[in-house]
Design a protein around this ligand. Sequence first.
Ligand code: 5AD
Ligand code: SF4
Length: 467
Amino acid sequence: MKNDIIRIPEEEMERQRGFADAFAALPRRPETYYIVTYGCQMNAHDSEKLAGILDRMGLRPAPDKREADFVLHNTCCIRDNAERKALGNVTWLKELRKERPDLLIGVCGCMVQEPGMAEKLIKQYPFVDLAFGTGNLHELPELLLRCVESGRRVVSVPENESTLAEGVPIRRASSLTGYLTIMYGCNNFCTYCIVPHVRGRERSRSSRDILREAEELRRQGFREIMLLGQNVNSYGSGTGDLSFPQLLDECASLGFERIRFMTSHPKDLSDDLIRVMADRPNIMRHFHLPVQSGSNAVLEAMNRRYTREKYLERLRALRAAMPDIGVTTDLIVAFPGETERDFEDTLSLTDEACFDSAFTFIYSPRVGTKAASMPGQVDPDTAKARIERLIAVQEKNTARVFSSLIGQTVKVLVTDRSRRGGGEVTGKCERNISVNFPGDGEDIGRILPVKITAASHTTLKGEAARE
Ligand code: 5AD
Ligand code: SF4
């Protein structure tokens, strides 16, 4: 399918900067903001953009939502529980407003972009002052200005998501890892997934814009970049621009110590991509490759367009080229029509693939997706029993992988003090597993060789090999 990109004209971005200036000059306006983020890295990065825009409008980040004049919830709707959590937390703000009548409440992100949600917010959530979608994030200056100046609610969700904004300011949450969006949306229409319905069709940014941003990040001293998209492997398809392996190779030549990317679709994992990764030691040895199910019948009903055999073949190709690569995945149980046999196929694939870790989900029907109206919806008790069995198999494999790493020396980019404190620091190794080891604040930002000495359920423990 051809990418249908309409880049938002520079004049429009300039107009938004004008609104930002006008907002900053208002005599009485919100001074501080707090953003609550739900969902995936794409959303986390959108929040970095929202923060960048709000900074540009003269607001300051508040340390806590209780202290903020403007609280913005950047929502997710991938599963029902994500949506319920967001709506529950937004409703809680109603209480806060009883104490602070001036509190401004905003909701944005994927959930707002769901069909029918704007109307629902207007009718059932009258305390929400401002709502906008993922497709018009760049219009925040205009929308917030209108909301504050008029004292009225503003709900604005674009119907057409085929545009792409360049030049949005970004307040980056990390000074070590820079998120960089390379494409928006998705054309795959997996039958369970709401993403194409809320994030719209696939739009790739131009490689020139991406590489310019990457160079800027390099100049600012970022050690790692994470290329982001719903389906990065199909970057550039139909545009005549670089392919994803070519783009990755270009990014790898800019001098970053570490490059990561996510998410990939197994059907688009090419030999070219494997070659580029294997040739470039600064592309990290981690591949997130969601398989979703091990049953061919379920994969077909999901419209995944690969088979179990094809998936396992791609895994072998990856591991043949990079024996030390860590593969992680996403798995869904209780997809409509999933039989005990189908589920056992998922168990056996999980065992065979021996993933480092897996995100496991119970299928959640999303209104507007094909699977939501499929026959054979699985009852909740069966679903729960299945996910527990699946988690047990995966935990066994994680333990297998982690114990094979004991005694090895891995390189860790130190990002934080360990949450448990006690003179420990933490960071990710090349295959994206968290490693804790004795250290202090001085180590943050360093890439250190760490000898692995022990493993827990989710992390590795080690000792830095210091000169
Ligand atoms: N129900 C359960 N899991 C889902 N995912 C996406 N849509 C659904 C759904 N309706 C999972 C998939 C995807 C991950 C981001 O979320 O496993 O890879
Ligand atoms: Fe959803 Fe499938 Fe697209 Fe991933 S590839 S975002 S699961 S439709």
